[in-house]
Design a protein around this ligand. Structure first.
Ligand SMILES: Cc1cc2nc3c(=O)[nH]c(=O)nc-3n(C[C@H](O)[C@H](O)[C@H](O)COP(=O)(O)O)c2cc1C
Length: 364
């Protein structure tokens, strides 16, 4: 008779994977290789007569009924391993002090082991008023995660919203991945109809296409985070994990699909066109405030960054705050140079698309 599955062994695997999920992006280069966000193909038109003072610029914004001091979200990252506690603690302090949003990492581990719940809830402890986003994977939904489980995940961090991450590429390359996506849309629809917080959907670095955005709009999701290509590569992270396990097929898949996906700027443009009333978050490879401003002009309501916040949070609280100050200064400087007094003005500021983005032949 086969042995019954051992839940504690399963949990140990998840904890190890979560630790590697922080260590690999921090200590190895798993950023896009030849792929790019293509935000370099977006050029603002300079305004030599802005008719406003820098100090009068207002970066605040409302999103899903919440006020943020800038259109910036610390994108979903971690939890589920003791190493995550300090990172989520620092990110929580930043979110609270700077009025930013914050996503937690996939919370399956916290659900399986209440001992690990603190590695996530430390963010809420430090950020009593911030907009915190609970996180679960589409693959977990397909596997049978229930509405009740999801309620526990929301409660774990006193969440203001839930985001479901779609990561078919990662599931494919992850040595213990489960590339089973049949039934995910139906499950998303059930959650939208059952939960009393907004349900959002995000990718993890391969982007959202217009076809997917339309399906998500049809089931009533509250917002989409395009999480496009050009930043952290999860094919890259899983390829490095596969190397340790000497899994030759996954190593090769990881190499070939390292840069797979829709560049962030291209994904944002096509999703905005397809579902123009859907609240949108742009993320995937955003690294400075100028890129944040470009995404807002392209139609995003908010912008997410993951890896840059992880790196700074791992260094020190001081470096993390300094980074947030820099991003804000870059965003405000861009607004000054295009003459945008607030985010509403920035949304209608003029830009030119060049290169890949201007090439109509790329889209059919
Ligand atoms: C260390 C790390 C852990 C991540 N874990 C998750 C996760 O648990 N759930 C999720 O939805 N996305 C996760 N992501 C993906 C990010 O939210 C984001 O979509 C992606 O990294 C692209 O953004 P970036 O280029 O700014 O890193 C993670 C990213 C990093 C860097």
């Amino acid at each position: 008779m086969p042995n019954a599955p051992d839940p504690s062994a399963d949990l140990e695997i998840i904890k190890r994977r979560k630790k590697e999920g922080i260590d690999i992006p921090l200590h190895k280069d798993v950023q896009a290789k030849s792929a790019s966000t293509h935000l370099e193909d977006v050029k603002f038109v300079h305004n030599a007569l802005p008719e406003l003072n820098y100090d009068d610029i207002d970066t605040s914004v409302r999103f899903l009924g919440h006020k943020f001091s800038a259109p910036i979200i610390i994108d979903s990252m971690t939890g589920g391993t003791p190493e995550a506690t300090e990172i989520n603690s620092r990110l929580g302090i930043l979110a609270e002090r700077y009025g930013l949003g914050m996503g937690l990492g996939s919370q399956r581990a916290g659900l399986q082991s209440p001992d690990l719940a603190d590695t996530y809830s430390v963010a809420r402890k430090n950020a009593p008023n911030a907009f915190l986003i609970a996180n679960i994977g589409g693959a977990q939904l397909a596997k049978g995660l229930t509405v009740d489980d999801t309620r526990k995940i929301l409660k774990m961090i006193g969440a203001n919203a839930l985001v479901i991450h779609l990561n078919p590429l990662q599931e494919l390359i992850q040595p213990e991945g489960e590339p089973k996506y049949r039934g995910v849309l139906q499950k998303i629809s059930e959650l939208v109809n059952s939960l009393d917080v907004p349900v959002m959907v995000k990718e993890v670095g391969s982007g959202i296409s217009r076809e997917v955005a339309i399906k998500l709009e049809q089931v009533g999701v509250s917002a989409i985070n395009v999480a496009g290509t050009g930043g952290t590569s999860w094919a890259g992270v899983e390829k490095l994990r596969a190397e340790t396990l000497k899994d030759k097929v996954k190593i090769r898949l990881g190499e070939i699909f390292w840069d797979w996906g829709i560049p962030t700027a291209a994904s944002l443009i096509e999703v905005k066109k397809a579902v123009s009333n859907m609240p949108l978050i742009a993320s995937g490879g955003l690294r400075n405030g100028l890129e944040v401003a470009k995404c807002i002009a392209l139609g995003a309501d908010m912008c997410g960054m993951a890896y840059p916040f992880l790196r700074k949070a791992a260094e020190s609280e001081e470096n993390l705050f300094e980074f947030a100050n820099m991003i804000t200064a870059e965003l405000k400087s861009t607004m000054f140079l295009v003459g945008a007094k607030n985010i509403k003005d920035l949304k209608s500021s003029r830009y030119i698309l060049t290169g890949y983005l201007a090439d109509g032949a790329n889209s059919q």
